[in-house]
Design a binder for this molecule. Structure first.
Ligand SMILES: Nc1nc2c(ncn2[C@@H]2O[C@H](COP(=O)(O)OP(=O)(O)OP(=O)(O)O)[C@@H](O)[C@H]2O)c(=O)[nH]1
Ligand SMILES: [Mg+2]
Length: 632
């Protein structure tokens, strides 16, 4: 194991919150009890990839939490496998540091639009936020989204123009753009009072002016202490905590996390769970923790202002108030935006079902989904006409895709449908559909080709501008359903140079039919093992998804063809007369290898009359109904 993997596994342990293992690593002393005036709760918010996690990383490293010679993986906070593989944050995370006797609770949030629910959820833990903006890219759609959410939650931002080490950084212009954005979202009265800092999370420094020395992250920590208001709340009032996150642990079960708004919560004490419109439920705090660095540490009490984790509360959910008194009013909850895309989830019914998975039945799948709902607040699960099938709704392709990927890794097999935009009606019965703001940065010469693809998808160009490096930024409004699968189309059209971002804008009148994007597919009409003989004949008619000697069943989508319509093909055909099955790779060296789709690509590709079969090792697309008339 090299140093990197070693450290990563070590940090995974940290993140799985097993305090005993982590005890040795912290050199910093947290006080056992902080007065609310000595606490700052800060959410880090930004557009995807603008450097939130790296910045939090720098603050934690420089706060003396790790031994000096200790090697810690970059962005060690993005600790789950999918986060590391994709280089993005999926779940918001809590950690804290002690800066000159002030406890700073940091909440790292995901920047990808699909995980916006996570950002909304944790806003209520914070009293201020760092609005991080990339010094080259400037404010992006999600910057606006998270800023609006923060202002709505009453958080005043500290603006951090980040990545100023970038050779193409243009920090002064980006400051102006951020001020424009602040005015645009209605924060003009205070906009000029917000502190602005310049930083490079990766190089580990922050400064108030561009020509200040660039050697430490301290100015950022000082600004937090100075500018973020300490949490309100009185130590005298009865203890009250608002649950904003849930976590699990094999030893203690469900763990509720949130800020203590008033009073003191004590270990082993009896409490009430309150929720607007529900009768109070009596419960008990079995274990109590607060955050010290990247660890959760058991503590006899947590006081107003601090963030606590509580184990032992049966049936606690996000949005509940944990209260010492039954008579107290439940704390208000910020509403979460509605999902915009939905997909059907059912047990895998393919002929190859059950070969790889551990969990196969409708009941197992639905229980897993119910568990997901407890923490994934922006997700919904509803029954359908078929008892085996449920409709799962989320914020976007990635939100749903990550769930499917997580389930397959846990050993589930399932089949899912093409994601569909959730269409509603206004009071007059007119159809409304989710509309996204789409931003595309691309070299000028590809504009024509991109417009050609976006036209039929009912996108309307709203704005365009030239960026300092000569690329163009085009801003569209487009139906969410028209953008399904657009990301890969854009990459193909622009030879990988186009960058797109989308952000939910709102429900608007339905923009009319969008023609299917796929031309035609080849569908297997016989079951068996694919043969190189058949493949050799079929490659002339399109692109195949399977190579020789693979298991094929009737109805499996085995390739794509450039002509509209489904074509039923025999990919298991053997050479006549000799009846010789040739499946050796050598004979096929002159034939292009099959196109293998990742789960994400398959989710984009699957059509309405098909299922995507997902198992721990495979993602196969198949027709729901096999058209027997057209076979053979
Ligand atoms: N040049 C430069 N690159 C940086 C800096 N900070 C982060 N990056 C790079 O930017 C990319 C994104 O960094 P992250 O810290 O994961 O960004 P994030 O905002 O947490 O991303 P999400 O959580 O997925 O929204 C990584 O490739 C980092 O190495 C910086 O200060 N300078
Ligand atoms: Mg991150």
């Amino acid at each position: 194991m090299d140093a990197f993997t070693a450290d990563f596994s070590f940090v995974s342990v940290l993140q799985s919150q097993q305090p005993e293992v982590c005890q040795q690593v912290s050199t910093i002393q947290f006080q056992s009890r902080y007065n609310p005036s000595m606490i700052r709760n800060v959410a880090i918010i930004a557009h995807v990839d603008h450097g939130k996690t790296t910045l939090v990383d720098a603050m934690i490293r420089q706060s003396g939490l790790f031994r000096e010679n200790q090697q810690i993986a970059e962005r060690f906070l993005d600790s789950n496998d999918l986060e590391r593989e994709r280089g993005i944050t999926i779940l918001a995370k809590n950690m804290s540091l002690d800066f000159n006797g002030v406890k700073i609770n940091l909440i790292d949030t995901p920047g990808h639009v699909d995980f916006g629910g996570e950002v909304e959820r944790v806003m209520q833990m914070a009293n201020g936020c760092l609005l991080v903006v990339d010094a080259f890219e400037g404010p992006m759609p999600q910057t606006r989204f998270v800023l609006k959410k923060a202002l709505a939650a009453g958080l005043k931002p500290i603006v951090v123009i980040n990545k100023i080490d970038r050779p193409d950084a243009r920090p002064e212009e980006v400051v102006d753009e951020v001020l424009d954005l602040l005015i645009d979202v209605g924060a003009e009265d205070d906009a000029l009072e917000y502190p602005i800092l310049f930083a490079s999370g990766r190089s580990g420094y922050a400064c108030r002016k561009l020509d200040d020395p660039r050697d430490t992250i301290r100015p950022l920590l000082e600004s937090i202490v100075e500018f973020v208001p300490p949490p309100a709340g009185s130590l005298e009032k009865p203890g009250k905590l608002l649950v904003t996150s849930l976590d699990y642990n094999d030893y203690v079960g469900r763990i509720a996390i949130g800020r203590v708004f008033d009073g003191v919560l004590k270990q082993k004490s009896d409490v009430w769970l309150l929720h607007e419109g529900k009768t109070p439920r009596s419960s008990k705090i079995v274990q109590l923790y607060n955050f010290q660095g990247v660890r959760r540490v058991e503590t006899p009490e947590v006081c107003a202002g601090d963030i606590a984790a509580v184990a032992g509360l049966t049936d606690v959910s996000i949005g509940d108030t944990v209260s010492v008194s039954m008579e107290a009013e439940p704390l208000p909850v910020i509403p979460i935006d509605q999902p915009v895309l939905s997909m059907l989830f059912a047990p895998n019914q393919s002929p190859l079902a059950g070969r790889e998975g551990k969990f196969l039945t409708a009941r197992q799948i639905q229980n897993r989904l119910m568990k997901e709902l407890e923490t994934n607040v922006a997700m919904k699960v509803e029954p359908t006409d078929s008892p085996d099938t449920v409709k799962v709704s989320g914020r976007g392709e990635l939100h749903l895709g990550i769930l499917v990927e997580t389930m397959r890794r846990e050993g589930y097999e399932l089949q899912v449908s093409k994601p569909q935009a959730i269409i509603t009606k206004d009071e007059n019965g007119n159809l409304l559909e989710p509309i996204e703001e789409l931003t595309i940065d691309l070299p000028e010469n590809y504009v024509g080709a991109v417009m050609e693809v976006l036209g039929p998808r009912k996108a309307i160009m709203e704005n365009s501008k030239k960026l300092p490096d000569g690329t163009l930024r085009l801003i569209f409004s487009a139906p969410a359903r028209g953008l399904l699968g657009f990301r890969s189309a854009l990459l193909t059209i622009t030879n990988g140079t186009g960058v797109m971002n989308q952000c939910f804008k709102g429900y608007e009148p339905y923009r009319g039919d969008i023609p299917g994007r796929r031309v035609g597919v080849m569908v297997a009409m016989e079951a068996g093992l694919s043969t190189s003989y058949a493949i050799e004949m079929l490659v002339e008619r399109g692109t195949l998804f399977y190579g020789p000697a693979e298991e094929i069943y009737v109805g499996l989508v085995v390739g794509e063809r450039p002509i509209a319509g489904d074509m039923y093909v025999n990919i298991v055909r053997m050479k006549h007369l000799t009846n010789h099955r040739s499946s050796t790779k050598e004979e096929l060296t002159h034939i292009a290898p099959p196109r293998r789709m990742t789960l994400d690509q398959a989710l984009e590709y699957v059509a309405e009359d098909e299922w995507l079969e997902v198992t721990p090792g495979a993602a196969r697309i198949r027709k729901r109904e096999v058209d027997y008339k057209r076979r053979g």
